[in-house]
Design a protein around this ligand. Structure first.
Ligand SMILES: NC(=O)c1ccc[n+]([C@@H]2O[C@H](COP(=O)([O-])OP(=O)(O)OC[C@H]3O[C@@H](n4cnc5c(N)ncnc54)[C@H](OP(=O)(O)O)[C@@H]3O)[C@@H](O)[C@H]2O)c1
Length: 309
């Protein structure tokens, strides 16, 4: 099969769509023929080497953490709700979306998945894994409920746009930040938009028109002290992108133990099927992955970038 890969750290120009060894489903896993795989910022961060801890690269590295596709191999012990495997009685030929590793390839192994709703486009389905799970996690950790006001700092990208809509779906009032270019988009998906940058605290307070119950920092750009000043207590600020934020009492989440991928994917697939969550996607053939990586790295994505065969 072919897979997106790199053998030297660098920018998008080091990416190659080239031959790779076929992966196989281990216990509790499935393999899919990939119909679409999304690009997440972690992908270009891996390519640049900024996550390498200064260690040199040995051999080829592969990319991608979520995808949608058709099941073509079922690992041992996957007949029911086993481990984090999310689909009861999954069979070869089923259409699924989910999370895995090295998903930007012709075939990929998933370890958390749900059925793809038939009405949902492949590229949209592929976008749900990381962005949808992260949005669910943030809203759950912040205990956002109907009637609450939540500020999403960085509302227009993959995680942000899913968070805005999932918060609206549960009856929250959402204020979200973006650049000027995405203010109308934020309005379309149900948020009251504010510009990020200098003065954002006052703009959020004015837009909220009352207390802010929770702050989800998706971008990691606003000083954490400013975000804490908006919340009823520091722990009601959760960030996925400012790993220094705990010093101000905010909570940092990187997934892992506080991640409930199957529950999150089930929720997200349901919202997609009901039309309560719409993910704006821009697609690129795998051969043109470098273009998508360049856009992701520039940091102003609206919705999601998705690679397709
Ligand atoms: N810890 C975790 O579990 C976890 C999980 C997923 C992602 N992440 C991280 O979270 C970050 C966001 O991921 P993503 O997939 O949503 O990225 P993305 O799709 O690339 O979106 C980035 C967004 O950031 C916005 N932005 C840029 N500068 C900003 C600023 N100064 N203030 C507020 N927003 C700003 C952009 O809005 P404009 O286009 O309007 O400028 C854009 O919509 C990345 O760093 C990613 O690695 C962490």
């Amino acid at each position: 099969m072919r897979a997106l890969q790199f053998t030297t750290y660098g920018g998008p120009e080091v990416l190659r769509w080239a031959e790779a060894r076929d992966p196989h489903a281990g216990p509790g896993q499935i393999r899919i023929a990939v119909r679409a795989a999304s690009v997440n910022p972690i992908d270009w961060k891996l390519v640049t080497g900024m996550m390498s801890g200064g260690q040199p690269l040995t051999g080829a590295r592969y990319l991608g953490l979520d995808a949608a596709g058709v099941v073509d191999e079922v690992g041992g012990g996957v007949s029911g709700m086993s481990g984090v495997s999310g689909l009861s009685g999954v069979s070869v030929g089923d259409e699924v979306l989910g999370r895995g590793v090295d998903t930007q390839a012709e075939y990929a192994v998933l370890d958390a998945w749900v059925a793809k709703p038939p009405s949902v486009d492949w590229a949209v389905a592929a976008s749900a894994g990381v962005a949808g799970e992260t949005a669910e996690r943030g809203l759950r950790l912040l205990n956002v409920e109907a009637g609450d006001t939540v500020f999403v700092d960085g509302g227009a990208g993959g995680v942000g746009s899913a968070t805005v809509q999932m918060a609206v779906a549960r009856g929250a009032k959402v204020v979200a930040s973006s650049s000027q270019a995405n203010q109308d988009y934020l309005r379309e998906i149900g948020a009251t938009p504010v510009l990020y940058g200098e003065g954002v605290v006052a703009r959020v307070q004015a837009a909220a028109g009352g207390p802010v119950d929770a702050v989800f920092d998706v971008a990691g750009k606003t000083p954490v002290e400013d975000l804490v000043s908006l919340a009823p207590e520091p722990s009601q600020v959760v960030t996925i992108a400012n790993f220094d934020a705990a010093r101000a009492g905010a909570r940092v989440t990187g997934g892992g133990a506080d991640s409930h991928p199957v529950e999150a994917l089930t929720l997200v697939a349901g919202l997609l099927a009901q039309g309560k969550l719409a993910i704006t996607v821009q697609t690129f053939p795998f051969e043109r992955a470098a273009e998508a990586y360049g856009i992701s790295q520039a940091g102003h994505v609206r919705g999601k970038l998705v690679l397709v065969p």
